[in-house]
Ligand binder design. Structure first.
Ligand code: GSH
Length: 193
């Protein structure tokens, strides 16, 4: 049994999309920033960092977006969210997800100039294709959630990040992304400013 603890629009959007891509059965547990749900004693036992997402695998918590995406991709190989048994491409996915978690995610806290600089790096690295080239993967899902947030909050001038804009448009056309946004939007966004 899988249970996803998520807060609409936050980092947890990435595993939420992946679960819809896979079509796996899971229980969805919405969490509220406003009600400080992530600070409750019961949740801190699952995720001592007090952050979403957490994926419960039966009763075992798995935290961190990159780890959850990797687990889902490998547990449900038919969804092909990672190329099968290709160590180098798998390492490239980890490279992207490390960059996304360590560099893109905290970028806005370091100021707008810094955010622009690191998103320019992501734009150049991405190029015109998916993150791993021809193969759509968990790295695209992770990247999309970060750019979705920037796109809808800072609203960069069109053309500033042409490859990320094109990637965003391709992602927004995917049924799993539409479904996730529909569900999360209906619950309501409480993202910190
Ligand atoms: N490194 C973590 C970051 C998760 C994270 O920062 N989550 C934020 C939402 S985007 C959160 O839950 N914050 C809790 C709070 O602000 O109370 C991951 O990749 O899963």
């Amino acid at each position: 049994m899988l249970t996803l603890y998520f807060a609409p629009g936050s980092s947890s959007m990435a595993p939420h999309i992946a679960l819809h891509e896979i079509g796996a059965a899971f229980e969805a547990r919405p969490m509220s920033f406003r009600h400080r749900d992530m600070q409750s004693a019961s949740y801190l036992k699952l995720n001592p960092a007090g952050k979403v997402p957490t994926l419960l695998i039966d009763d075992r918590p798995l935290t961190e977006v990159a780890a959850i995406l990797f687990y889902l991709a490998r547990r449900f190989p038919d969804a092909e969210l990672l190329p099968p048994q290709d160590i180098e491409t798998e390492a490239q996915a980890l490279s992207w997800m490390s960059f996304i978690a360590a560099t893109l995610h905290p970028a806005r806290q370091k100021g707008l100039d810094h955010a622009r600089e690191v998103y320019r790096i992501a734009d150049r690295r991405l190029g015109a294709n998916w993150a791993l080239g021809a193969h759509y993967s968990i790295a695209d899902i992770h990247l999309f959630r970060l750019y979705w947030r920037l796109f809808n909050s800072l609203k960069p001038v069109p053309g500033t990040f042409p490859n990320l804009d094109a990637h965003y448009a391709r992602m927004m056309a995917r049924p799993a992304v539409k479904k996730t946004i529909e569900i999360e939007g209906a619950i309501g966004y409480e993202l910190p400013a």
